[in-house]
Design a protein around this ligand. Structure first.
Ligand code: CTP
Ligand code: MG
Length: 241
């Protein structure tokens, strides 16, 4: 039990459309967040899960997780913040200093297989400071000059697909590395605007750290848009069959 998981769950889920906050929407009758916490708790390495909940929903989320009891695991709920990065930092602050490995896992990835969780923990234990699970891309990707007015966007170039990976969570870190980059991000962002980073490993890269990739899994996809809910229900039904 030498790993803790921080679960950012404070987002509204705008892209999913109207309804409850995304983490509280149900999949097979169980809230997405509960699936995600259970998926992490399946790993023997994970002893503590810290959930960063919507600031006005801390009591509700704590009650929900208590209802769905996770025997043998320490589950704590803290208030998240206005951005995902804030929520992760606030969750991390609730992880005891003596926990050597910290995972960060999106509540919005409820179906991640335990093999992915274990592979990430194993890579950190083997010496990596930052580990991300990732999968090859099916689509060709083009970099464009973005237009917000709907007019056709000029293509700049096409990165070679075989060298691209789509990155998932849980991402795993040596605790002190994750804490240091989040702290440094706060300091440097108050000094001047930095471009947004969309994952925690991105902060490690920004500050010169070393990130490695291990195989992810197609079922670790993020529930983002309505079609993802359809897919998630189908995966769950197949598992239960
Ligand atoms: N998240 C968070 N705090 C925020 C914003 C996001 O903890 N202020 C979490 C989400 O709850 C989610 C994860 O970060 O588990 C990944 O973010 P995303 O999929 O973008 O979720 P939302 O921000 O909720 O969705 P959207 O961007 O469509 O509003
Ligand atoms: Mg978001």
């Amino acid at each position: 039990l030498n790993a803790a998981a921080v679960v950012p769950a404070a987002g509204r889920g705008e892209r999913l459309g109207p309804g409850a906050p995304k983490a509280l929407r149900e999949l097979g009758g169980v809230p997405i967040l509960v699936h995600a916490v259970r998926a992490l708790a399946r790993s023997r390495a994970v002893g503590l899960v810290v959930v960063a909940a919507p600031p006005d929903g801390v009591a509700e989320v704590a009650a929900l997780l208590a209802d769905h009891g996770l025997p043998g695991k320490d589950v704590r709920v803290v208030a998240g913040g206005p951005t995902r990065q804030d929520s992760v930092r606030l969750g991390l602050a609730a992880v005891p200093e003596d926990v050597p490995v910290v995972l960060v896992h999106d509540a919005a990835r409820p179906l991640v297989p335990v093999e992915v969780v274990d592979a990430v923990v194993a890579a950190v234990r083997a010496g990596a400071e930052a580990v991300v699970p990732a999968v090859p891309l099916a689509d060709t990707v083009k970099r464009v000059e973005p237009h917000s007015d709907g007019t056709p966007e000029p293509v700049l170039d096409t990165p070679e697909r075989s060298s691209l990976r789509a990155v998932q969570t849980p991402q795993g870190f040596r605790r002190e590395v994750l804490a240091a980059v989040h702290q440094r991000a706060v300091t440097e962002e108050s000094a001047g605007a930095l471009p947004p980073v969309t994952d925690d490993a991105g902060l490690v890269e920004r500050f010169g750290g070393h990130v490695v990739v291990v195989p992810g899994h197609e079922e670790a996809f993020k529930v983002t848009r309505p079609l993802d809910l359809v897919l998630a229900e189908a995966v769950l039904a197949r598992r239960r069959a």
